[in-house]
Design a protein around this ligand. Structure first.
Ligand code: UD1
Ligand code: CA
Length: 454
């Protein structure tokens, strides 16, 4: 199917979203609606993709970028047929072209493949996917003649009798490219909406005596078109369940799938447990025997085996085997945390490496730092990495012991096996094995209270 191509319609405004963001850019979990459509096409083996953009086209183009092969611009939104016409050069005369809508994110690669198979097996000039709906209000209805396809009638153009038809047009089609192009010449806009309907191309092709087939799909969810935030939420629920079911089938424990939000590209190995309130996004990979959650957010991170993450946020981080994180830790981008590390409560790590066996147990900020193995951070340590203009790095050698409430004024190096006394503000490097005390000496004034109160 590598010679196939797809036109994705994404020019509409999406007025009912009541948003300044164009409809197809709205997100379901961690991806834009249109990403799912593009990925389904690619997964089905269709690699040549043209997106028709119009409303806020600059923004839509910028957000879709390299994910499609090219864009066609529909300056005025004069209907779905008119939209596809803008991609005429892309469609060309060879092979078949699939048409998808950017606001139908639940379509699957499996269905697209099936559509191509039926289309080719029956040597159709066009094949449309239909589905039976209890409530077909708003959709175009499939009219049949002697059981075969006759035409699509839009809800707004339909008679009372026609509105009783439950078989609807999903808006997903494959056309023989040359026949689709030829049909444009006869396309008119003499209908209730004064639009050029793509659906009329089917009728034009059928009237030429060519085969127009209908594939009746089973799962109506796949064709849920998103017009409002309510439908967006409904689609998100379907997508979430679909992804969670896949992980459950693959051996991941998800305690409460209703309250677990995992992005489509996330990889999780079996025997990991995901606890409620957890959001896992982007290109995240999680190993086996981990416990993630409750209430954690992990984005674009690599987590190895046996890791525990409790009520914490990890962004673009790497965490090695058997490390524990949280509760209430914040691991910010470009952080690399080794094996058997402990990152405890109210600890923030940013742009730092923390080597194996190190403990940062409580109330500590480690930013722009390179920390060795088996280092111990006392409670309340701060790496002072910013002078208001520039950021500087802190380096801490293996087995160093940082006393409670130490400020490490970067750039500074604490060598191997060094100690810093609690409450110290360290501005100069500390040599290997030494103790550094940098705080005012304690003075006791005997009888002071009694004198004061005289
Ligand atoms: C369309 C079908 C209808 C079908 C329904 C399925 C037509 C005439 N009708 O109706 O039979 O049941 O989809 O969901 O095709 N778009 C453009 N430019 C335009 C108009 C639309 O790019 O000028 C895009 C929209 O952004 C959207 C898609 O085409 O992604 C579908 O348009 P929409 O107006 O939602 O079509 P429906 O009225 O739902
Ligand atoms: Ca419409």
């Amino acid at each position: 199917m590598s010679d196939s191509k797809v036109v994705v319609l994404a020019a509409g405004q999406g007025t009912r979203m009541k948003s300044k963001v164009p409809k197809v850019l709205h997100k379901i979990l961690d991806k834009m609606m249109i990403d799912y459509v593009i990925e389904a096409a690619k997964e089905a083996g269709v690699s040549s993709i043209c997106a028709v953009v119009g409303h806020q086209s600059a923004m839509v183009k910028a957000m879709i970028g390299e994910k499609v092969s090219e864009f066609a611009v529909q300056k005025e939104q004069l209907g779905t047929g008119h939209a596809v016409m803008q991609a005429e050069r892309f469609i060309g005369e060879d092979g078949d072209v699939l048409i998808l809508c950017g606001d139908t994110p639940l379509i699957t690669a499996k269905t697209i493949k099936e559509l191509f198979e039926i289309h080719r097996k029956n040597e159709n000039a066009a094949t449309v996917i239909s589905v039976m709906l209890k409530d077909p209000t708003g959709y175009g209805r499939i009219k049949r003649h002697n059981h075969s396809f006759d035409r699509v009638v839009e809800h707004k153009d339909a008679t009372e009798e026609e509105r009783k038809i439950n078989e609807i047009n999903t808006g997903v089609y494959v056309f023989k490219a040359s026949e689709l192009i030829a049909s444009f010449k006869e396309l008119k806009n003499d209908n209730a909406q004064n639009e050029y309907y793509l659906t009329d191309c089917l009728e034009i092709i059928k009237n030429k005596g060519l085969n127009v087939g209908v594939m009746i799909a089973r799962d109506e969810n796949e064709f849920l078109g998103i017009n409002s935030k309510l439908q967006l939420a409904q689609a998100a629920k379907v997508m979430k369940n679909r992804i969670n079911e896949k992980h459950l089938t693959d051996g991941v424990t998800i305690e409460d799938p209703e309250n677990t939000y995992i992005g489509k590209d996330v990889i999780i190995k079996p025997d990991t447990v995901i606890l409620p309130g957890t959001v896992i996004e982007g290109k995240t990979e999680i190993g086996t025997d981990c416990i993630i959650g409750p209430n954690s957010r992990i984005t674009n991170s690599i987590i190895k085996d046996g890791v525990i993450v409790q009520s914490s946020t990890l962004l673009s981080a790497e965490v090695d085997n058997y490390t524990t994180i949280g509760p209430f830790a914040y691991i910010r981008p470009n952080s690399k945390i080794g094996e058997h590390v402990k990152i405890g409560d109210f600890v923030e790590i940013k742009n730092s490496t923390i080597d194996d066996g190190t403990k940062v147990s409580h109330l500590t900020y480690v930013g722009d730092s390179d920390v060795g193995k088996n280092v111990n951070f006392g409670c309340g340590t701060v790496t002072v990495n910013y002078d208001g203009k520039n950021k500087f790095r802190t380096t801490i050698g293996d087995r160093a012991f940082i006393g409670c409430n130490t400020n490490l004024i970067a750039p500074v190096v604490i060598k191997e096996d060094a100690f810093t006394a609690a409450g110290s503000t360290i501005t100069f490097d500390v040599p290997e094995g030494s103790l550094s005390i940098a705080r005012a000496k304690q003075i006791n004034k005997p009888g002071w209270r009694e004198k004061k109160e005289q």
